[in-house]
Design a binder for this molecule. Structure first.
Ligand code: SF4
Length: 235
């Protein structure tokens, strides 16, 4: 399997952009553009509130860390986790021999007894919903943790700000494959240096890049080009 160098690592947040719209990922990473809208401002505000809304860092069988830096040389990604919880899963130290797919089932933490399993939690604005980009981005965080800590991370959660509820996400084989594929496509896109043509769709109305992307204008431009090519051929 290919391993990326430190210089080649791309922001993990691009996975979500790519799965929403390839052009959006290119506008952000290749062209260095970013536009906030109401949704992204609310999202940023929610991330800033993470510290206020969460329980204390140590509670019984739960430990948590905020803003943990993550990376994966296999995926070629780096980023920051909103929250990584550590759940105590095995009391008996001898069970640390339990191995899942070449990784430990749980790991020891400094200063506390027992073995602990990481559980990433990503904060999202709005109502609770399944979105493949959100789930793949969370899965990318899990794959980073697995690579960094050599421990299995089978599940995490998306925390939605409006209902203040969690949606558990299981990192099954299908989601892992989708995430790895998205990371490969992201590197291909960035390496190509080419920003794909816009195509107006319903989702564009909620996209913060709408005003800089102008999909209706560039889309119609493409239709004009097509019309001209056809007319010239007929002539
Ligand atoms: S406005 Fe539409 S085409 Fe443009 S980046 Fe956003 S989703 Fe993609």
């Amino acid at each position: 399997m290919k391993k990326y160098t430190e210089e080649e690592l791309l922001p993990l947040s691009l996975i979500q952009h790519l799965l929403f719209c390839k052009r959006r990922a290119a506008l952000v990473q290749i062209e260095g553009l970013w536009e906030d809208n109401l949704f992204t401002i609310e999202g940023t505000h929610l991330h800033q509130k993470v510290d206020d809304d969460l329980p204390p860092e140590s509670r019984g069988d739960l430990r948590l860390t905020r803003g943990l830096m993550l990376h994966s040389f296999k995926l070629g990604l780096f980023g920051k986790a909103d929250v990584v919880e550590f759940h105590r899963v095995i009391e008996n130290e001898a069970d640390s021999r339990s191995i899942s797919g070449g990784k430990a089932a749980a790991i020891p933490l400094v200063g506390v007894s027992g073995l602990w399993r990481p559980y990433p939690v990503d904060y999202k604005r709005g109502r609770m919903r399944h979105e493949e980009g959100f789930e793949a981005q969370l899965c990318a965080q899990a794959l980073c943790l697995e690579e960094m800590l050599c421990v299995a991370v089978p599940e995490g959660a998306l925390y939605y700000g409006k209902p203040r509820r969690r949606l558990a996400v299981v990192f099954d084989d299908a989601l892992r494959e989708k995430t790895q594929e998205a990371a490969r496509r992201l590197h291909e896109l960035v390496d190509s240096g080419h920003t794909p043509q816009a195509r107006y769709e319903k989702k564009c109305e909620s996209c913060s890049m709408l005003s800089v992307c102008m999909p209706k204008v560039t889309g119609s431009h493409r239709r004009v080009q097509g019309y001209m090519a056809k007319a010239l051929t007929q002539d």
